[in-house]
Write a protein that binds this ligand. Structure first.
Ligand code: FAD
Ligand code: SF4
Length: 447
């Protein structure tokens, strides 16, 4: 199903940044929870996990019940316990913040319960009675995995079509290893697929040119509904001279090669990361963690305007990150490999300041300025509309073409794993409702 991961991959150099609770600590933390009515932490969670309920179960020693509560709303609850930016979601909205006391460590409590479920081999869900319906899921990332699991619980057969060799999308190939390594994501996926009835085809690109690549029309012919969870595309380029020099990489591509394989950093002492989002911050921290002595983030805006989370940037500074605010890269120079980055300082209106040019020596550059949108291919189908490259859907994830649904990064433009899970789950329920109302792409299919 998924190509085994090499034991020597670079990401194994990292340990956990946020440590799990020691025995006894989880119960002590759980008993601090006020079990609020109309709990703001639930409202802040895109998958609306019943947080006070799962915490109460930990407090009463019922870890199994707690894990079930979590997975009922979020089938990737083990990943999300590690990778969610809880500081701006559930933990950030905990009422304790207004009482000037430490908020409840919801992520660590979720990790306590879900890790226990994996350690004990607990399973909670079974496939529903077979409905005769078949759903294709384009991409094997969090959105499709969540949709497929929910569809199986409702009795619909599922086929995941993934162009890569690894399932999990960016949750396996992109998430910083000090939050979660790829093997942990794969372990979770195997647990999700254990429900049975989810066929997985890797190495096939929907709409691709390969002999085994299905076309969009093939999916319409062979399945009753299609869920598109294709995520985003390749790293965006700056379009400045020297971008093709050796040692200049798209950040998402480089992070994938670091997580799934080995990156060669021999002789790399100074690195520059261009961008100010979370991928840029991850790149900075990963390079520092792998031993690069000097890593500088080059960002065109100010600290207040950066899209990367403040708590992540604080952690990067503690790791030793350097930064050049209000600056853009204008040129990459070197004879064969990258040797230096030419940059220009910007004014408030982001115009280059006269005399503001400077250079940074660099043996490696990561470009973290965004990813392309993949929607164009889909828009070839009548009825499917795009909104600035994103697939346009209604609240249930339905596109304007009957039987075609979408969710995750390809719809929201790039958010978090928990958003992809929520949107995949929601679309699965909408597909089920559509079937119940008599919908179905294959003629004569269904119950
Ligand atoms: C560097 C980086 C770090 C991140 N860190 C975090 C984090 O710490 N916490 C967090 O919550 N979120 C993080 N995210 C965001 C999170 O990973 C994504 O929001 C989430 O994975 C989106 O899920 P998805 O299923 O929509 O898309 P993806 O995860 O991108 O999965 C889409 C899948 O579809 C496949 N695919 C695409 N086109 C086709 C096709 N035509 N045919 C077949 N298969 C196709 C792709 O190969 C891919 O496997 C990070 C993102 C990046 C880039
Ligand atoms: S807001 Fe905080 S105290 Fe209230 S239920 Fe949620 S975690 Fe518990």
């Amino acid at each position: 199903m998924t190509t085994p991961l090499p034991a020597t991959r670079s990401e194994t150099a990292f340990g956990d940044f946020k440590l799990p609770f020691a025995p006894g600590e989880a119960v002590a933390e759980a008993t601090r929870c006020l079990f609020c009515h109309d709990a703001p932490c639930i409202a802040a969670c895109p998958t609306a996990i019943d947080i006070p309920q799962f915490i109460r179960k930990i407090a009463t020693g019922n870890d199994r019940g707690s894990a079930k509560t979590i997975f009922e709303s979020n089938i990737l609850g083990m990943s999300c316990a590690r990778v969610c930016p809880v500081e701006v979601l559930c933990v950030g909205s905990c009422v304790y913040n207004d009482l000037d006391q430490p908020p409840i460590a919801i992520g660590r409590l979720q990790r306590h319960a879900t890790d226990r479920a994996f350690a004990e081999g607990w399973t909670f869900f079974e496939a529903g009675p077979d409905t005769g319906r078949r759903v294709a899921l384009v991409g094997g990332g969090p959105a499709s995995l969540a949709a497929a699991h929910r569809l199986r619980r409702l009795g619909h057969a599922c086929t995941i079509l993934e162009r890569g060799t690894t399932l999990g999308g960016l949750n396996s190939t992109g998430v910083a290893p000090y939050k979660m390594r790829a093997d942990r994501s794969i372990e979770e996926i195997e647990w999700v697929l254990a429900i049975g009835g989810i066929e997985v085809r890797t190495g096939v690109e929907v709409g691709g040119q390969g002999p085994d690549d299905p076309s969009l029309e093939d999916l319409e012919r062979d399945f009753d509904a299609v869920f598109v969870g294709a995520g985003l595309g390749a790293d965006s380029a700056l379009g400045v001279p020297g971008e093709d020099l050796l040692g200049v990489h798209g950040a998402v591509a480089w992070i994938e090669s670091m997580k799934l394989g080995e990156v060669d950093l021999a002789g790399v002492e100074r690195a520059v990361v261009v961008g100010g989002g979370n991928t840029a911050i991850d790149g900075v921290r990963e390079l520092l963690g792998l031993g690069v002595a000097s890593v500088t983030m080059l960002y065109r805006g100010t600290p207040e305007r950066m899209s990367g989370y403040a708590h992540e940037w604080t952690a990067a500074l503690a790791d030793g990150a350097r930064v050049e605010w209000r600056a853009i890269a204008t040129d990459f120079e070197g004879t064969d490999r990258i040797e230096r980055v030419r940059a220009a300082r910007l004014d408030d209106a982001r115009r280059p300041i006269d005399g503001g040019e400077f250079t940074l020596d660099a043996d490696l550059v990561l470009l973290a300025i965004g990813q392309s949108k993949l929607g164009e291919r889909l828009a070839a189908l009548e009825g499917i509309a795009l909104d600035r490259g994103r697939v346009a859907v209604d609240d249930g994830g339905a596109t304007g073409r009957g039987g075609w649904y979408a969710g995750g990064d390809c719809v929201n433009g790039g958010k978090e794993v928990v958003n992809a899970v929520a949107e995949g789950d929601r679309a699965a329920l909408a597909i089920d409702a559509w079937f119940a109302a008599g919908g179905g792409l294959r003629k004569g299919s269904g119950a």
